[in-house]
Structure formats: C-alpha cells, structure tokens
Design a protein around this ligand. Structure first.
Ligand code: TXA
Ligand code: MG
Length: 353
C-alpha cells in the first residue's frame, strides 16, 4: 500500500524544468508559417536561436536595445564583447554603416552571403549595446537558408552571437543550443547540423590591408585571392584591437593538451595518454586515420587529416561529447595550419588556454 502510494506521488510531480519551444525547419523546404512565427518573436523583442552555415546564432532585433540586452543576459556574456549584425541583402548595409571602401565592397561581393564578417564604421541607428559603445560594427550576410529567411521575414537586421553560454564552445546543432540555453530564450529553430562548424572570419580593412581579427570559415588563402595584403594577427595583437577577444576561451570542462602535427604525433599522443590515464579520465581527439592507434582509449574522430573542412565540422561536436562523458583531460591532435586549419588551431589553442 505504502509503496504504491509513494509511486503515485512521484508520478504526479509536475515537470518543473523550464523548456524553450523547439521547432524543426528543413532548410531545403522552409515552412513559411514557422519562419513567420520565429520572425514575430524577433519583432516583439524576443530571442530566437537559429542555424547559420557556420554555427547556431542567438538572434534579437539589432535595432532594439532592450531586445539586444536580453542576449547578453541569456548568454551571461560580458557587456564589453560586441555582437555581429546579420543582414540578408546589401541594401541594408547603407542603412547601418558608412564610408565603405572599394576593398570592403570587393570582399562583400566575393564572400557574401557567407562566413565573412566585416568590421565597418557604424551609423547611429545601431544601438550602442550592440557594438559595446564602439564606432565600428561587425556585419555579416550569412548564407544559411534559414538565417536568410528569418532576417527577411523579420524585416530588421538581427544581432546574433553564437548561441552558447559565454565561454563554452559554439553550438553546431540545436541540441547543443538546448544544453546551454533551454529555458533562457524564447525559441530554438532546429535546422540540423551546421555546414562549416566554426564561426565566421572577422576582418577589418585598414588602408587597403585586410586584418584577420578571428580566423574562421573563409580562409586566409581565399581572401588573398581578392586582396593580396592580408595580416593575420597574433592573439596578443588581437587582444589590443578586438574588444572582447581576451575573454573568449571556447573552453570544454576538461583540460586540453594539443599534440603537435608532426611524424611523432601518434607516438607522443599515446605516451601522454598512457601516463595521464593513471590519474585522470582521458580522451583523445584524433584524425580519422590515427584512431586505430588509440584503440584502448576513449577516442573521438574530428575528421580525416587531409580534409580540414570535415575536421572543422567535428571540432566543437567532439569537445562537447567529451564534456558529456566526463572526460577530464583531452589530448587533441593538431592539424595542418592551412585553409580551415587556421581556424581549427585558433579554437583549439583557446580551448587549451
Ligand atoms: O559565425 C559567426 O560569426 C557566428 C554566427 C552566429 O554568425 N557568430 C559569432 O558571434 O561567432 P560571436 O559573438 O560569438 O563573435 C563575434 C566576435 C566578437 O567576440 C568580437 O570579437 C568580434 O566578433 N567583433 C564584433 N564586433 C566587433 C567590432 N566592432 N570590432 C572588432 N571586433 C568585433
Ligand atoms: Mg561566440
């Protein structure tokens, strides 16, 4: 009798966990009603997580300071880390920024829509909270179909950082967004895994020279085809000129140790893992072709070493998977620093701290 009663009571406990409405949209067959629902949330000053081709973004009406303030609150993001403003056509650019140079126009023509963010001179229409009081604003026209449809339907530019809690790795699936922000935002659009897997490349153009403030989805090699003068900033230089950067760490809970990309990589990684396994729960983030060497260890594959685009899509997913299984120390195989490899290694170094 008593046992039954207690079972009944447990089953009647209401589910108190807060949940955010989650809608599924097929990027290849976009449901206009669902996009309208999401656009209405944006127009009413709410927060919508949505997929872009890079990572999921947490969007609000970029022209509504109160709505943008909610982004910082939901993410627990410090107020000195400026946001990217997303647009869906080049006409919006003239409303938001001034004095666009020929080099910037050429870069936008080549890479938009796409994973390039341009830091430009802002007009007053962009509230200070978006740019954290700077005279410049970061602008991007994403190529993700859901992102473009959402901005169009909302009829306003959308301010959106990556849709993760501050300091955590960027989300590449709606499940990652839910892990971090469930109950803290109004709506999650689930559009499947993002294509690129790392964030956009952030650049500014000074006297005709492109300065890479954050390596990302568009490679330095691709930019050099349009503008020969490209300067890749070191982390120290970026700290001085790109606000908020110093606080970004893309940190998983585990400690991350990077194992250099040379011929001894697998031997070194194995030796380190064996030693560490005596005390800690070890994980290895491996290139596909090396996974066989690491069999006894908890090994997760980023992608084939000669397919850096594939590795980029695996990077944040693997770091989050190690977080979920309680891994304490991750040995991460370095990849070649060309193409998307530059962005991968940049994020890995930040994860390693
Ligand atoms: O791919 C991406 O860029 C994703 C998707 C959602 O578009 N967004 C993203 O945003 O990664 P977020 O907030 O995680 O990173 C934006 C970074 C800021 O941390 C800051 O360093 C830089 O862009 N940034 C923004 N405005 C800037 C400005 N006015 N000057 C210099 N850097 C700026
Ligand atoms: Mg971010």
């Amino acid at each position: 009798m008593t046992a039954n009663l207690s079972v009944t009571i447990i089953m009647k406990q209401p589910d108190l966990s807060p949940t955010t409405r989650h809608i599924i949209i097929d990027p290849d067959n976009i449901d206009p009603d669902l996009i309208r629902e999401a656009a209405d949330v944006i127009r009413r000053g709410g927060l919508v997580a949505f997929p872009t081709e890079t990572v999921y973004g947490l969007g609000a009406n970029a022209l509504d300071a109160k709505a943008v303030a909610k982004i910082f609150e939901a993410k627990k993001r410090p107020l000195d880390d400026p946001l990217i403003v997303h647009i869906n056509d080049k006409a919006s650019l003239d409303i938001l920024v001034r004095d666009i140079s020929p080099v910037e126009t050429a870069l936008a023509a080549r890479f938009w829509p796409g994973a390039l963010t341009l830091v430009l001179n802002k007009k007053d229409i962009i509230p200070d909270i978006v740019t954290t009081g700077l005279d410049s604003a970061a602008i991007r026209m994403p190529s993700g179909k859901i992102a473009l449809a959402l901005i169009k339907a909302a009829g306003v530019p959308i301010a959106a950082p990556s849709a993760n809690l501050f300091g955590k790795t960027s989300p590449t699936t709606a499940a990652h967004v839910k892990e971090d922000l469930d109950g803290r935002i109004d709506l999650i659009i689930d559009g499947g895994s993002t294509d690129i897997g790392v964030e956009s490349t952030v650049i500014s153009v000074v006297d005709g020279e492109v300065r890479i403030l954050r390596p990302g989805g568009v490679s330095v090699e691709e930019i050099r085809e349009i503008v020969p003068r490209v300067k890749v900033y070191t982390e120290e230089e970026i700290i001085k000129c790109s606000p908020g950067k110093y606080k970004q760490h893309y940190a998983p809970r585990a400690a991350v140790v990077i194992v250099a990309n040379d011929r001894a990589q697998t031997d070194k990684c194995l030796a380190l893992a064996k030693e560490a396994a005596k005390r800690s729960k070890v994980g290895i983030m491996s290139k596909a072709e090396h996974a066989v060497f690491y069999k006894p260890f908890n090994t997760r594959v980023m992608g084939p070493g000669d397919d850096l685009a594939k590795c980029a899509t695996g990077l944040f997913r693997v770091l989050r998977e190690f977080d979920s299984d309680g891994t304490e120390i991750i040995f991460a195989e370095a990849v070649e620093e060309r193409g998307l490899g530059l962005a991968i290694m940049n994020r890995l170094r930040k994860a390693a701290g």
